[in-house]
Design a binder for this molecule. Structure first.
Ligand code: ADP
Ligand code: MG
Length: 719
C-alpha cells in the first residue's frame, strides 16, 4: 500500500461511498489520511452495561432489541420493554405508561440511554430511561459489539465529518486498516525535521497516529497543531515563492529627491498625516531598492490613500532615470469602477494642473486626456486609438483607468509603477496582467480599504509588504452610528430631513439581495433601489431631489447621476452597495443602510466610510429588523468599534472558522481556517517559508513541498 494509491485499489468502495468520497475530494490513501477528525468525544464517563449496579444513575450506549408492549399483570398499566446490549452485557429496559415508545423504536437501533438501575439482583433493569437515537456508536462500543475485539484503552475517540453516504465510523475503520497495513512506514514527511523540532511538532507518522487514534487529548492537540502549521506553511511558501519571483526580476530603481517631492506635497490643500508621510517613506525606500516594490497600502476609507498614490505617481513620472534608454517613466492607476477611475482622474487633474504632465483616462465608455491642447484648464475627450498611441510612445506618463487598462491593446513605453486601488476587487490574474505590461517588473502599489485582521492579511497578502494608514486626517469626527428598527424609522427620517435642510446630502443604501445567479441578483437589487427611491419620494422626502444608482445602469448614466450628486443637484442618492466603492462627495454626511444584517461588518464599515469625508459631523443609520441576538451584537460592534481594524478583529471572532472572509473558497481545511486565527503560528509559518525559499528558491531539495505548493490556490478573495 502506497500513499498515492487510489483507495479503490485496497478497499471495496460501493457507489454511495464513491460519490461521497468524490464530494470530499478524497481519491488516494493519502487524501484519506489527511481527512482529519472534526472533533473528539470523551467516553470516559460512559458506563458499560456489565458493570451496572442497583440504584445507579446510568448512561449507556448500545444496540436496542427485543422490543414489545404488554400490560402490567396487576396494575394493567401499559409497559414498553426491550433490552440494551453494549458488548459487555445485555440488560432489560422498561418504560411504564409510555406504550408509544415501542413504536418509535426499532430493533437494532443505536441508542444512548440515561436512567436509574432498578429491580433485584440478577433481575436488574433500567427504568424509564431517557432515550436518544444515535447514527453511530462510539467506536469502542461498536467494535466490542460487532467484532468482539477488546475494548480500547483510550477514552477519546475521533469523530469525522460525515456526508451523505459515508459515516464517521467508516473513516475510522478504513484509516485503522491503512495503519495496520503499515502505511505509516511508507510515508515521507514533507516538512524538514529541524523545522518540526523548532516548534516541537510531531513528525508525520506520529502526527497521523495521534490525530486518528489519540491515546491522550494532548496527543490529538499536538497533532492538530502540526497539521495546522503544515497547511499555513504551504500557503506561506507559495506566497514567498511568488515574491521571490517578483524580486528576481529587473525593475526601474531610482532615488527621489526630497525637495522635489516636497514641492508637490506642499500644494495639497492639507498637511499630510504622519501615517501618509510614513507610507511615502516606505514607498520611496522600496523604489530606491534593487527589486520591484510589492507593497499593500491598507487604510480605512477616508484615510487619504489617493494623495499617497498621487505623490508616488508624481515621483515616478518626473524622475530622471539613471539609464538613458528608459526615457520618461510611466504610471498606471487601476480602479474597479468607472466612477472611481473618473474621480481619481479629477483628483489628479487638481494635483497636477501646475505641471506639464499629461494624464490619460481609459474606461469602457471612452477616453480622455488632460490638459486639452485648446484649453489648458480642461480635459478633452479623444479616441481610444489616439490615446493608446500616445501611451505607447511614452507621451502620456500617467494613465488612469478601469479593467480596460489590462487589455492587450494598451501598451506602455516604460511602465515603472502600477497602482491598484481597492485591490481586493481584482483577481490575482488581473493584478498580474497589469504588472506584465512591461519587460521589467513595475513597482506595485496595491491599496485596500478592507481592514482585515493581521493574521489574515499576513496570509492572503503573504507576498506583499504591508503599510497601514492607521490615522485619519485631522478634524475628522467619528461617524455617529445608530442601530434603527423599522418602528423608530420616523425619528431617523426627521434627523435626515434636518440635515438636508441645513444643506447636507444623504445616501440610502438598499439591502443586498444575494442570488446564485449574478445577473438576476443585479436585477433584483436594481428593482429594490428603484422602489425605495419611489417610496422615499412619495412618502418621506417629497420636497427633495432623489437620484438612483445601480449596476443595471449604463456607465454614462451612472456618471451623470454621480456628477449631479457631487454638484448637489441631487440631495438623496439611493444606491446598491456593490456598484461604487470609495466615491467621494464630502457634503454627503448621512447614510442610511437598509437591511444592515445582510452585510458583513467590514462592508458596513466601508459603506459608512462614504460619509466621513468632510469636517461636518456624519451619521450612519444601520436599519435592521432582525430579531437575532447575534445580529444585534454584531451590529452593536459597528457603533462601538473605533476603526476598521478593530471591526475586522470583531468579525473574526463573530464568524465561525469556516467563514473567514473569502477564505471559504480557498480549499483550506477547518484546521487551516482555525489556524488563521493564531497570529504566532501564522508568523512562524511565514518566516520559515521565507527562509526556505531563500535557501531553496525552486524547492528542488524539497520536492514534496513543491508538489503541495503548486497545488495550492492562493487567490484568496476578500469579499
Ligand atoms: P481613501 O483612503 O478612502 O481612498 P481618499 O484618498 O479618497 O481616501 O481621501 C478622502 C478625503 O480626504 C479626500 O477628500 C482627500 O482630499 C482628503 N484628505 C486626504 N489626505 C488628507 C489629509 N492629510 N488631511 C485632510 N484631508 C485629507
Ligand atoms: Mg480610495
Amino acid at each position: 500500500m502506497l500513499p498515492t494509491d487510489p483507495l479503490t485499489k485496497h478497499f471495496r468502495i460501493d457507489v454511495d461511498h464513491a460519490r461521497a468520497l468524490k464530494r470530499l475530494h478524497i481519491e488516494t490513501i493519502e487524501d484519506l489520511l489527511y481527512h482529519l477528525p472534526e472533533r473528539y468525544e470523551d467516553i470516559s464517563d460512559i458506563q458499560s452495561v456489565g458493570g451496572l449496579v442497583k440504584g445507579q444513575d446510568a448512561v449507556v450506549f448500545g444496540v436496542i432489541g427485543g422490543l414489545k408492549t404488554r400490560k402490567g399483570w396487576r396494575s394493567r398499566t401499559p409497559i414498553a420493554e426491550g433490552w440494551i446490549e453494549d458488548g459487555s452485557a445485555r440488560m432489560k429496559v422498561m418504560w411504564f405508561n409510555q406504550p408509544y415508545l415501542a413504536k418509535m423504536l426499532t430493533n437494532g437501533m443505536y441508542v444512548k440511554l440515561a436512567g436509574k438501575i432498578t429491580g433485584s439482583e440478577g433481575k436488574l433493569y433500567i427504568a424509564n430511561p431517557e432515550i436518544e437515537k444515535l447514527d453511530s456508536l462510539p467506536i469502542d462500543r461498536h467494535d466490542s459489539i460487532f467484532n468482539g475485539s477488546e475494548q480500547l484503552d483510550e477514552t477519546i475517540y475521533p469523530v469525522y465529518r460525515e456526508t451523505k453516504g459515508i459515516t464517521s465510523k467508516w473513516f475510522f475503520h478504513t484509516v485503522q486498516k491503512c495503519f495496520e497495513r503499515g502505511i505509516l512506514d511508507s510515508m515521507t514527511d514533507p516538512i524538514p525535521e529541524d523545522l518540526l523540532n523548532r516548534y516541537n511538532l510531531p513528525v508525520l507518522g506520529t502526527a497521523l497516529q495521534w490525530i486518528h487514534t489519540p491515546k491522550k487529548a494532548t496527543h490529538a492537540q499536538s497533532a492538530r497543531k502540526r497539521f495546522a502549521f503544515e497547511e499555513v506553511f504551504y500557503i506561506q511558501t507559495a506566497k514567498a515563492r511568488e515574491r521571490a519571483l517578483s524580486d528576481s526580476a529587473a525593475t526601474y530603481s531610482f532615488k527621489t529627491d526630497k525637495a522635489h517631492l516636497d514641492a508637490f506635497i506642499e500644494r495639497f490643500p492639507f498637511p499630510l498625516t504622519n501615517a501618509q508621510t510614513k507610507a511615502l517613506r516606505d514607498i520611496f525606500g522600496d523604489i530606491a531598492g534593487s527589486h520591484a516594490m510589492s507593497r499593500l497600502l491598507e487604510g480605512d476609507v477616508g484615510s487619504g490613500k489617493t494623495a499617497v498614490a498621487a505623490t508616488a505617481a508624481y515621483a515616478v513620472s518626473t524622475s530622471r532615470p539613471h539609464d538613458k534608454d528608459w526615457g520618461n517613466l510611466q504610471v498606471a492607476y487601476m480602479a474597479p469602477t468607472e466612477i472611481l477611475a473618473k474621480q481619481h482622474f479629477e483628483s489628479f487633474i487638481e494635483y497636477f494642473k501646475h505641471l506639464p504632465i499629461q494624464i490619460g483616462l481609459i474606461t469602457g465608455s471612452g477616453c480622455m486626456k488632460f490638459p486639452s491642447k485648446v484649453n489648458p484648464e480642461k480635459p478633452t475627450t479623444m479616441s481610444k486609438a489616439q490615446l493608446l498611441k500616445w501611451v505607447k510612445n511614452g507621451e502620456i506618463p500617467i494613465l488612469i483607468g478601469t479593467h480596460a487598462l489590462i487589455y492587450k491593446s494598451v501598451e506602455f513605453k516604460h511602465l515603472a509603477l502600477a497602482i491598484i486601488d481597492e485591490q481586493h476587487r481584482f483577481g490575482t490574474n488581473q493584478r498580474k496582467a497589469l504588472a506584465k505590461k512591461d519587460q521589467r517588473m513595475p513597482h506595485l502599489l496595491s491599496m485596500t480599504a478592507t481592514p482585515i485582521p493581521r493574521t489574515l492579511a499576513l496570509t492572503a497578502y503573504g507576498d506583499l509588504d504591508i503599510t497601514l494608514l492607521d490615522e485619519m486626517p485631522k478634524g475628522r469626527k467619528p461617524v455617529i452610528t445608530k442601530l434603527v428598527t423599522k418602528d423608530v424609522q420616523g425619528k431617523m427620517y426627521e434627523h435626515v430631513r434636518a440635515e438636508l435642510a441645513s444643506g447636507r446630502q444623504a445616501y440610502v443604501i438598499c439591502p443586498r439581495i444575494a442570488e446564485p445567479d449574478p445577473d438576476k441578483e443585479t436585477a433584483i437589487n436594481a428593482k429594490s433601489v428603484t422602489e425605495e427611491a419611489k417610496r422615499l419620494k412619495e412618502k418621506v422626502f417629497p420636497e427633495y431631489t432623489i437620484g438612483v444608482l445601480h449596476g443595471k445602469m449604463r456607465p454614462a448614466e451612472k456618471d451623470s447621476v454621480m456628477q449631479r450628486f457631487a454638484s448637489h443637484e441631487i440631495d438623496i442618492l439611493v444606491a446598491t452597495s456593490v456598484v461604487e466603492v470609495g466615491v467621494n462627495v464630502p457634503n454627503a454626511t448621512n447614510i442610511i443602510i437598509e437591511g444592515a444584517e445582510r452585510f458583513g461588518l467590514a462592508q458596513l464599515h466601508q459603506l459608512r466610510g462614504r460619509v466621513i469625508r468632510s469636517t461636518h459631523q456624519a451619521y450612519c443609520f444601520a436599519v435592521s429588523d432582525s430579531g437575532s441576538e447575534k445580529t444585534k451584537e454584531r451590529l452593536k460592534a459597528l457603533s462601538s468599534a473605533k476603526n476598521g481594524f478593530e471591526l475586522a478583529e470583531h468579525d473574526l471572532s463573530f464568524r465561525g472558522s469556516g467563514d473567514l472572509y473569502g477564505f471559504r473558497q480557498s480549499g483550506l481545511s477547518d484546521i487551516g481556517m482555525e489556524a488563521l486565527k493564531n497570529i504566532k503560528l501564522v508568523e512562524a509559518a511565514r518566516s520559515e517559508a521565507r527562509n526556505l525559499i531563500e535557501k531553496d528558491p525552486e524547492l528542488t531539495k524539497h520536492p514534496l513541498i513543491r508538489a503541495r505548493v503548486t497545488d495550492i490556490t492562493t487567490d484568496l478573495h476578500m469579499e
